[in-house]
Design a protein around this ligand. Structure first.
Ligand code: 9WN
Length: 461
């Protein structure tokens, strides 16, 4: 593999999408700032320019709501996004900020990870100053998550919109969405092959073919939930009482579990105590996630908040507890079996977002099958912290080879590695950059980009 060439390409994509103090995921299709995208982007950017990586996070924090929520999108002035500010009208909430327009929901709380990854490459005094700067808003975000999304103290926060998972049309969510918020007329039109007519009204299919995005029915059901949240003024006490599509989402809570441990590390480095209520919530997470385990199928599942029952529809989420924490050997072995050749999640290109055997599986359709680089990255980290170094190295190799051959795309077929979605996608570039940089032995060292690994040095200048 020509690592230097790949590095240069990744860097060029980040440069192309750089809008000064924040980065758009891709021009055209995604012209605003997304929460988890910017976190992944900062993880890559730290190797090129740590100050710029900090700006990425500062910009996200600039959209924080008065109640502590960090919104999933901060809107720029760009026009043409299919779910722009007009869909959200988030100012109906007294908590929405007045200086920027944002959505009224959040996204996977990977913020703690990004903050710590930036801290990791800074000299100690700079790291402390960085943590001092971001500690309060990060703390307020975690407090909001547990206070407003887990008021009963179960240890699992509730996710109120599929966009909050970042895996928009992931099978478990589409299963309950179709049952509880389905738009029957549209389903019928799609069944009789007239769905293509409605596709013509879609804005998100200008840059990417409709068959690589959500189905039209699912997309309109997703818009419908935004309308309902708006009617409830994005007030979580009303939402948890009145909404029907509410999920204690496995992927979201696994990511939060890891973020909690990052928050604890930051607090301890700053020698600051965490509030007792928050510590109590955090202490329940491991046990609560164990309640998501299903003995029969040896899988973790999300729970339907309204019924308390597992949504037994497999997706890549079943593997994310590997990222969340160290698992006991028995469970870890069960999950690793999914990755064995001929198993459901086995692919030479990384981990498919839905297993090949799923009734939802479609190699090119968004979160219903394709391999995504952020998922590969999260699982590489999780495999390592669970001591599975061989599996992590293999997944990393597959990831880099895939992007080298197919390009900096949004997602890829797990069957043949062909690219799909938008090209020049920022988090693909950022995470490739991160994987390449650690390859050169700089991982975990308090080195800035000025100490660039030799063989990548030229690409960094
Ligand atoms: C809605 C920006 C975002 C990602 C999500 C991905 C996609 C948005 C959309 O793009 O979602 O949030 O318009 O489809 O699913 O993970 O954050 O890249």
């Amino acid at each position: 593999m020509d690592q230097q060439k790949l590095y240069k390409k990744a860097k060029a994509v980040l440069k192309k999408n750089d809008l000064g103090t924040w980065t758009q995921p891709a021009s055209g299709l995604y012209p605003h700032q997304w929460l988890w995208d910017s976190c992944f982007i900062a993880i890559g950017l730290r190797h090129i320019d740590p100050e710029r990586a900090k700006d990425e996070i500062r910009s996200i924090l600039g959209g924080q709501w008065k109640n502590g929520m960090i919104p999933h999108i901060i809107f720029s002035d760009a026009k043409g996004y299919h779910a722009g500010p007009w869909l959200w009208n988030s100012h109906v909430s007294p908590n929405a900020p007045s200086h920027v327009q944002t959505t009224g929901i959040t996204q996977p709380p990977i913020l703690g990870e990004a903050i710590v990854r930036i801290g990791e490459i800074l000299p100690s005094a700079e790291r402390i100053a960085w943590y001092e700067e971001v500690f309060e808003p990060l703390l307020r975000y975690h407090e909001w998550l547990y206070r407003e999304r887990d008021p009963k103290g179960t240890g699992l926060v509730t996710v109120v919109h599929p966009w909050e998972t970042g895996m928009d049309n992931t099978p478990p969510w589409m299963e309950i969405l179709r049952k509880k918020a389905g738009i029957n007329g549209l389903l019928l039109l799609e069944k009789i092959g007239l769905g293509r007519f409605i596709d013509l009204f879609r804005q998100d299919t200008h840059d990417v073919p409709a068959e690589e995005r959500m189905s039209t029915h699912d997309l309109y059901a997703v818009y419908k939930i935004v309308r309902q949240l708006h009617q409830l003024e994005y007030d979580n006490s009303k939402i948890l009482k009145k909404q029907k599509v509410l999920v204690q989402d496995l992927a979201f809570n696994s990511i939060l579990q890891k973020a909690n441990s990052h928050l604890k590390d930051i607090a301890s480095e700053l020698d600051k105590p965490l509030p007792k209520n928050l510590l109590r919530s955090m202490s329940k997470v491991s046990g609560a996630l164990e309640n998501c385990w299903d003995e029969k199928s040896n899988n973790y599942y999300s729970l339907d908040y309204c019924t308390g029952k597992p949504i037994k529809v497999p997706s890549i989420a079943t593997l994310l507890p590997i990222y969340g924490d160290k698992l006991n050997k028995e469970k870890l072995d069960c999950l690793l079996e999914h990755l064995n050749p001929l198993s459901d999640f086995s692919s030479p290109f990384g981990i498919p977002s839905a297993p090949v055997s799923s009734k939802f599986f479609n190699a090119h359709r968004y979160w219903q099958g394709p391999v995504w680089i952020n998922m590969n990255w999260l699982l590489i980290q999780g495999l390592r912290s669970n001591g599975c170094h061989k599996e992590a190295a293999e997944l990393k190799n597959n990831t880099l080879n895939l992007v080298e051959k197919a390009g900096m795309y949004e997602y890829f077929s797990p069957l043949d590695g062909s690219p799909a979605g938008i090209c020049d996608f920022s988090w693909t570039a950022a995470l490739v950059l991160d994987l390449l940089t650690e390859d050169s032995g700089q991982e975990g060292h308090a080195a800035s980009s000025r100490d660039a690994p030799n063989h990548l040095e030229h690409a960094m200048i």
